[in-house]
Write a protein that binds this ligand. Structure first.
Ligand code: PLP
Ligand code: COI
Length: 354
């Protein structure tokens, strides 16, 4: 695929790494590619980062035809720039496209877009351990008509944001509120894909949690309001009475790439990981009788994030006295070790850019 590159005349200064936060500051350029039915994807280009203009009837503005991905470019101590399992994100974006009737992208073209873009933006990959260049590929329907139908025109873009930790707590345990009113997804819906609408619908519960000092919401399944699903931006794992449990992929939770990687790493460490249904009653009982030894979330932005407290129906429960547990710490060290090049990548998960 040919990618036309137009460089900015106003290069930005990278801000101080201690001020990064998550997704607030953007690199100098953006990747864009257009799709028209019958013609396919065309006009791949990298342009200076800036506003885009949309037709006021554009499909995405009315009917939410939007999907996205999230992955990171890491800098090692020796200066290598690398991605973590990018093909997994590429495949998942095409699965999301299939569910939302958006056009798929050839895997090689997608990878080329990512690598060309990251190489151009390499100076925006921060240096400190724990920081990275967060990459956000996304696609939206862009028909200029109000009819509801499969899109005929779409736009694919990639933007990049040098980022630090997702939660202000960093690796310190976060507080998670278990939501009992709103639901995020049901089987047959869009919970298993990464579309913007899932996140829009979760904002009300997120806002409620944030008002009382909680970082995110843990969702229960939408049918029985009984089984643990996932957190707003991460999958969840628990250590209950020696057993590691994570909710099974029932079709309404996102098949996280970090989740999949954690399961492999844990099995390699000798732990048995049970992907199964876990009810809220079982979780509360384990919290009450002290059998919930550890809880953590895992995701690209969140990495491996210990959970120190849950709230459910107005009651608060501490996990491991609000401290990070041994398994969580080991998992964090191994995963970040591989990503930032401090540990050997025996799984072949690293994709070197330059
Ligand atoms: N679940 C949700 C709802 C998410 O937004 C994310 C983040 O991408 C995850 C889980 C974790 O997925 P991954 O590990 O692929 O980033
Ligand atoms: C990610 O972890 O990459 C995500 O997409 C989560 C996001 C909603 C912040």
């Amino acid at each position: 695929m040919e990618i036309k590159i137009t460089k900015t005349n106003n290069p930005k200064q990278m801000i101080s790494e201690s001020e990064l936060g998550f997704g607030k500051f953007f690199s100098d350029h953006m990747f864009i590619m257009d799709y028209v039915a019958g013609k396919g994807w065309h006009n791949a280009r990298i342009e200076p980062f800036g506003y885009i203009s949309l037709h006021p009837a554009s499909t995405v503005l009315h009917y939410g035809a939007e999907i996205f991905e999230g992955l990171k470019a890491y800098r090692t101590e020796s200066g290598e720039i690398r991605l973590f399992r990018p093909m997994e994100n590429i495949k998942r974006m095409n699965d999301s496209a299939e569910r939302m009737c958006l056009p798929k992208i050839d895997e090689n073209d997608f990878l080329q877009a990512l690598t060309t873009f990251v190489e151009l933006e390499k100076d925006f990959v921060p240096y400190s351990f724990g920081t990275s260049l967060y990459l956000r590929p996304y696609m939206f329907g862009n028909d200029e008509t109000l009819g509801v139908h499969t899109v005929q025109r779409a736009t694919f873009m990639i933007i990049a944001s040098p980022s630090g930790s997702y939660y202000k707590e960093g690796i310190n345990p976060v507080k998670i509120m278990i939501e009992s009113e709103d639901v995020r997804a049901v089987k047959g819906g869009t919970g298993a894909v990464k579309c913007g609408g899932n996140y829009a619908a979760s904002n009300r519960a997120g806002e409620k949690a944030s008002k009382v000092g909680y970082s995110q919401v843990l969702w229960l399944d939408g049918v029985h309001r009984k089984y643990i699903e996932e957190v707003g931006a991460m999958n969840v794992m628990f250590k209950i009475d020696g057993e590691i449990v994570t909710p099974m992929l029932t079709g309404s939770i996102l098949p996280g790439i970090t989740r999949k990687s954690c399961i492999e790493v844990l099995k390699d460490m000798g732990y048995k990981v049970n992907e199964r249904l876990l009810s809220i009653d079982e979780l509360i009982e384990a919290l009450e009788n002290g059998k919930l030894e550890e809880a953590w979330g895992c995701g690209t932005a969140a990495v491996v994030s210990p959970i120190g407290r849950f709230s459910y129906n107005g009651k608060e429960y501490d996990v491991n006295d609000g401290k990070i547990g041994d398994v969580t710490q080991k998992l964090y060290d191994t995963l970040t070790g591989i990503q930032w090049g401090k540990e050997e990548d025996k799984y072949g998960w690293i994709y070197k850019i330059c």
